[in-house]
Write a protein that binds this ligand. Structure first.
Ligand code: NDP
Length: 498
């Protein structure tokens, strides 16, 4: 049974509203059941939401950092009291196991909210000083205005939080368009902000498709910046549209994380890390371990142990606390994953485990077995392109140089891990792998204090941490003459008088 029956899928100016666009049915991916049907947002709703955000901006930006911080701390408190409800809705709407929602998505979001509540009081800049000798220079760090945020479906609540929190902590207001597939916790997140006392219009949520709601949001002249998380293909389009208006963009795009196991690594730790890193959120994680490169002496042992561990992963109903892995987001997406695995099989790769739809899950769901592949070519689709499913490809390597080269050999650069007991090898990997994060002897953990963001085709700009303020603020230099003298020494360069 559905955990929510709220049919108004827009949140504008502090209240739920119906959209003006085409009908939208939100379904539970694990069962195919309808959760709710409502009207989606279109360009008219974008107008209303942007107007609400514009109206709220002066008041919100004008609060002291301490006042914004207090309201955001209260928001975190409201979230704590509603954690179970958020987890249930997230689990149902995204098809993810309740354990993952309860122990990862929701506490992560609460911690992020509390972190940015504190960080709101710590915007940084250079010390005010007399750098020219004749002037006092100071830095103002100012919010940009209305931020348009666009988020994907894989971690709906966390993505909403990553987009909204640094923006509002810095004094901006936001119009968020979550994925039309998974808007429910974004709506609850905005409602919790209002319940905490954050003024109406500071946070608005538009549920609609990319074409009907996303595109008009990107194009809107009153939107100062677009913060986008999603695929590289759509990110490219968003950036091209924003370029027309010289609008700032922040792009968190796809990933294809390498997982490099040197021959002195702990094989059990590496195998366990690979299974957890590849199967988290059914592999629908932009930092998921997707390409394991294993030094030849450990290769067979690693593949064997990963296969054994994958056999132990329990697929089942998402509300069952014993379920390890849930559904993919949709059957359409599962068809894409199946297509990639089948093309790998046809091109000679070996499917060691999985590669099929499981027998004992609901037909209308979108489950897929944990899948382990060897024998793929480095340049093949399965190694080069994002799968976004529970699929790990393992390839051997011989030398350390080769491992680094292979790890860097895709267009992406979001995350990576290196496994070794040698500090020299791990430090080299940290230095030479081109990605926004390199884990050493682990893969996946994130913390609110540290940045998340890509290199190369994985985009630019940072989510989480105080580095995110670089995206959502403008630095203004204020330079004041320190004497009233009408003749400044530097005038002599231009015109010299007696
Ligand atoms: P998409 O790129 O397909 O969609 C992302 C968002 O963009 C959705 O809300 C979508 O709307 C919207 N959108 C689509 N077209 C347009 C448009 N023309 N203008 C404005 N908005 C548009 O990604 P997915 O939702 O399929 O998510 C998976 C992708 O997200 C993967 O590539 C993954 O790697 C990436 N991702 C990256 C992360 C990172 O931090 N780097 C984190 C998480 C995911 P709708 O779908 O509702 O039509």
């Amino acid at each position: 049974m559905s955990v929510t029956d709220q049919r108004e899928l827009q949140y504008i100016g502090g209240a739920r509203q119906s959209g003006s666009g085409a009908p939208l049915t939100i379904t539970a991916p694990a069962t195919g059941d309808e959760i709710v049907t409502g009207a989606g947002a279109n360009a008219a709703d974008v107008e209303t939401a942007v107007a609400a955000a514009q109206a709220a901006f002066p008041g919100w930006a004008g609060l002291t950092p301490g006042a914004r911080s207090d309201l955001m701390h209260e928001w975190a408190r409201v979230l704590r009291t509603r954690a179970d409800e958020f987890a249930a809705v997230e689990s149902e709407n995204a098809g993810k196991p309740i354990r993952l929602a309860t122990e990862f998505d929701v506490p992560g979001t609460i911690d992020n909210t509390a972190f940015f509540a504190g960080a709101a009081r710590h915007l940084e800049g250079k010390a005010t000083g007399e750098y020219s000798g004749d002037h006092t220079s100071s830095i103002r760090r100012e919010p940009l205005g209305v931020i348009g945020s666009i988020a994907p479906w894989n971690y709906p609540l966390q993505m909403a939080a990553w987009k909204i929190l640094p923006a509002v902590a810095a004094g901006n207001t936001v119009v968020l368009k979550p994925s039309e597939l998974t808007p429910l916790t974004s709506l609850l997140f905005a409602e919790a902000a209002t319940a905490a006392g954050i003024p109406p219009g500071v946070i608005n949520v538009l549920t609609g498709t990319g074409a009907e709601a996303g595109q008009p949001l990107v194009e809107h002249p009153a939107v100062a910046m677009i913060s986008f998380t999603g695929s590289t293909a759509v990110g490219r389009r968003v950036a091209a549209t924003a370029a027309g208006a010289v609008k700032r963009v922040h792009l968190e795009l796809g990933g294809k994380a390498p997982f490099v196991v040197f021959d002195d690594a702990d094989p059990e730790a590496a195998a366990r890390g690979a299974v957890a890193g590849a199967l988290i959120n059914a592999g629908q994680d932009c930092t998921a371990a997707t390409r394991a490169y294993v030094q030849r002496p450990l290769f067979e042992e690693f593949v064997g142990r990963v296969a054994e561990l994958m056999d132990q992963v329990r697929l089942g109903p998402v509300q069952d606390p014993d379920t390890d892995m849930g559904s993919l987001i949709s059957r359409t997406h599962r068809d894409r994953v199946i297509g990639m695995v089948e093309r790998a099989r046809e091109s000679g790769a070996k499917i060691v485990r999985g590669g099929r739809i499981p027998d004992h899950t609901p037909d209308a769901g979108a489950y897929y077995e944990p899948t382990l592949i060897t024998g793929a070519d480095q340049q093949s689709e399965i190694v080069q392109h994002e799968i976004f499913g529970p699929v790990l490809v393992v390839l051997p390597f011989d030398t350390d140089d080769e491992a680094i080269t292979l790890a860097n050999d895709t267009p992406y650069g979001l995350a990576a891990s290196a496994w070794s007991r040698s500090v020299f090898r791990t430090q080299r990997a940290a230095r030479e792998i081109r990605s926004g994060c390199v884990w050493i002897n682990d893969h996946i953990p994130i913390v609110s204090e540290m940045p998340h963001g890509g290199f190369k085709a994985s985009g630019f700009g940072k989510d989480m941490s105080t580095y995110a303020f670089e995206e959502y603020t403008n630095t203004k230099h204020v330079m004041s003459a320190i004497t009233p003298a009408p003749h400044k020494p530097w005038h002599d360069v231009i015109f010299r008088t007696n």
